[in-house]
Write a protein of this length. Sequence first.
Length: 162
Amino acid sequence: MANPFRISVPSLLSFKGRLRRSHYWVTSFALGIVKAVLTVILAAAIGQIETKDGGFAASITELLFLWPTLALLVKRGHDRNRSIWFSLGLMALAILMTVGVAVADGFHEEVLMIACVVVVIGCFGFLIVDYGFIDGTQGPNRYGPSPKGIGAESQDVAAAFD
């Protein structure tokens, strides 16, 4: 059985293959800690700590870690038998709606802001439940073998009779 606490750099750079829930959670948590520490260091370096406005530093850090974050999301989606476009589409929709919330200021745009918040919560809620709590596809799927090793033995036995 694979160690769920192993974090590998290639898994952070590649969009191929599948990722178990335990690896997804551990790697996402570790990546979040690294991003938080780097955001604080960057905010201190550019003088945003005193103003308590770390928005610029957080944005830069998120851009730096965009690729590994998307790689984790896509590979976890692959384990759920979801295409790259499904994962990226939900993330893009959530990001666009977040921008909509940031842009919508004023009384007349209150309905737009509420709609955007509902869509963002729905997208992220779906991703958290579907990718974080539901088991992946049992056995091999179109994205590769099961990261748990399920289904590999039956294929070896079937290949022996061919």
